[in-house]
Design a protein around this ligand. Structure first.
Ligand SMILES: Cc1cc2nc3c(=O)[nH]c(=O)nc-3n(C[C@H](O)[C@H](O)[C@H](O)COP(=O)(O)O)c2cc1C
Length: 333
């Protein structure tokens, strides 16, 4: 562990990504980084973030910034969240255990995916950090309810459903079908009855779906197009964030993911009303490069960038980050 730590200690995210590429097989690298079909959605997530700019504000400025906050009722040191992933054993032998140790070191919350190598109990057992369980919309509804109850018994801080993967995951033109079917408001209501934990729905990209999730009893949503892995020709998640935040009108917490690669990107989403930001592929790069240390390093780099950008935009803490922190490129958005 000590030599690995030295290897990545002074690395940038781009250098960690390059090291990660050397450590996994080519097909795994493509599976991590690819998007569906033409990869338009994958690219649009980045394009939209690049069209939002931060407003530099320094007179009577600040030289400290507090990145701590509560998400889903849990106090964390950073608004960055480890996204849920399937099959992390393909990326590193310690898989989700390394993800949770890395999240703990960075003071971040972790979302645990349902197709994981380690069990919920194992992950929650080693994680000194809140773990939220993310199910798929399984065809077998009894199994789904049982999984949700198990997550509560095993000590998860929240439970949720990834609503958008009922057609399977398609990387370029390779489809991986899943034993799932579309989620209904009826099922969300039924899940609301089987757990007392906060309930989130991931994969929301429209006001219509956001309002149905609120009405069915969700406590939070993740505005997400699955990192461009399910539907091609989709809007960017940050593009639909403002209208969804306005529609839900503070009734639930709004989280987001898709294309976030810098602390500055994270500040942009927070200024548009997101409470937290899930980080996907960069976490996989950290995991592949150096296990738990790599995950902690990626979260540390991005939280450090967030803190610095908060100081340069006059944002002392994350409670109600002002909308004035950002401006849109009028030519594009
Ligand atoms: C390799 C990989 C596996 C993933 N597996 C899941 C999963 O099992 N469940 C889920 O809800 N999302 C899954 N996702 C999507 C992420 O949770 C997240 O929505 C997405 O990666 C965010 O975009 P980003 O990678 O651009 O940060 C996966 C993403 C990747 C890259």
């Amino acid at each position: 562990m000590a030599s690995k730590k030295t290897e990545i200690e002074n690395m940038t995210l781009e250098e960690i990504k390059a090291l990660a590429e050397q450590k996994v097989k080519k097909e795994i690298w493509e599976w991590i980084n690819g998007g569906t079909e033409t990869e338009f959605t994958l690219q649009r997530n980045r394009l939209a973030l690049e069209k939002i700019m931060l407003r530099l504000r320094v007179i009577n400025g600040i030289n400290t910034a507090d990145t701590s906050l509560t998400i889903l009722g849990q106090t964390v040191k950073t608004p960055l969240i480890v996204a849920p992933f399937a099959f992390m054993g393909r990326v590193h032998p310690e898989a989700e255990i390394a993800l949770s140790k890395g999240a703990e070191k960075a003071g971040a919350m972790m979302f645990l995916g349902s197709s994981s190598t380690a069990s919920i109990k194992q992950v929650v057992g080693v994680a000194g950090t809140p773990v939220a369980w993310t199910s798929e919309p399984l065809k077998d509804r009894e199994k789904l309810f049982a999984q949700i109850q198990q997550a509560e018994t095993d000590g998860c801080c929240a439970v949720g459903l990834c609503a958008d993967d009922f057609m399977g995951i398609k990387i370029k033109d390779r489809l991986k079908p899943l034993p799932n079917m579309p989620l209904t408001t009826e099922v969300i209501r039924a899940i609301r009855q089987v757990t007392t934990l906060p309930l989130f729905i991931k994969g929301i990209m429209t006001v219509e779906d956001a309002l149905m999730a609120v009405d069915a009893g969700a406590d939070a949503i993740v505005v997400s197009n699955h990192g461009g892995r399910v539907l091609d020709c989709c809007q960017a998640s940050v593009e639909v964030l403002p209208e969804i935040v306005e529609a839900v009108d503070s009734r639930i917490e709004v989280l987001i993911d898709g294309g976030f690669r810098r602390g500055t990107d994270v500040l942009k989403a927070l200024a548009l009303g997101a409470r937290g930001v899930l980080i996907g592929r960069p976490i996989c790069w950290g995991l592949a490069a150096a296990g738990a240390e790599g995950v902690a390093k990626v979260l540390g780099i991005m939280t450090g960038e967030l803190s610095r950008s908060m100081m340069l935009t006059n944002v002392p803490h994350l409670k109600n980050v002002s909308r004035d922190t950002i401006v849109f490129d009028p030519a594009v958005l």
